[in-house]
Design a protein. Structure first.
Length: 214
């Protein structure tokens, strides 16, 4: 019975993971269209991100309910739920990023648009090894591969941090007024929050692996 409960939870987590991945892909498309001045297309995609994130939250609540059914060892239940919460926060960050662009309509200078798109791509890409490692973990795959992919997230997140620093320096060296610079910096932060949360989720996954002696 316990094995059946755990299998059901694993399937839900993989479903949740798929939704998180879809939110990220849609968010990248949203920002890409915004930076291409295709505002109506970006608005339509942002609405899809909102719907996807809502569905992701619903799956999270279902996972929480099933964890209360005493599947998994007590020492692992909270860790697994924390991991899924961290994953869910990535989808939240993707939605929030789209909201910043579509609600606040930042005026990105033409010369900075390629840099904003590049860091958005890097931030989203840092989630790829995380999604792969979580998928492998709940698919009972090789632990060594899972650990390697989880560590890769941290490496990629560091690259995003460096890109953020470089873009911030460029922003504050421009002749834009100070309020505009601060707004651009806030938009930049909404982008890098995605990779920050990916690293948090990766740390949580590695904690579970350590606790399980895997």
């Amino acid at each position: 019975m316990l094995h059946k409960k755990e299998k059901a939870i694993n399937e839900l987590i993989l479903k949740h993971l798929e939704h998180v991945d879809n939110c990220l892909k849609l968010a990248l498309k949203t920002v890409r269209e915004y930076l291409s001045d295709k505002i109506e297309e970006a608005k339509s995609l942002a609405l899809q991100v909102d719907r996807c994130e809502t569905e992701t939250d619903e799956i999270l609540r279902e996972i929480m309910s099933k964890l209360h059914s005493r599947a998994y060892l007590p020492s692992l239940r909270s860790d697994i739920f924390n991991l899924v919460q961290h994953l869910d926060s990535i989808a939240n960050a993707a939605e929030a990023c789209c909201d910043v662009f579509l609600d606040q309509r930042p005026k990105i200078p033409e010369e900075l648009k390629p840099k904003f798109l590049s860091i958005m791509e890097k931030s989203i890409s840092s989630c790829t090894p995380l999604i792969e490692s979580v998928g492998l973990f709940f698919g009972d795959d090789d632990t060594k591969t899972i650990r390697e992919k989880a560590r890769e997230v941290g490496i990629m997140e560091s690259e995003v941090d460096k890109a953020e620093w470089d873009i911030t320096r460029v922003i504050f060296k421009t002749n834009l007024d100070y309020a505009h610079k601060i707004h651009l910096k806030q938009c930049l932060e909404s982008i890098v929050t995605i990779s920050d949360r990916a690293e948090d989720a990766s740390d949580q996954l590695q904690l579970i692996i350590i606790k399980g002696g895997l």
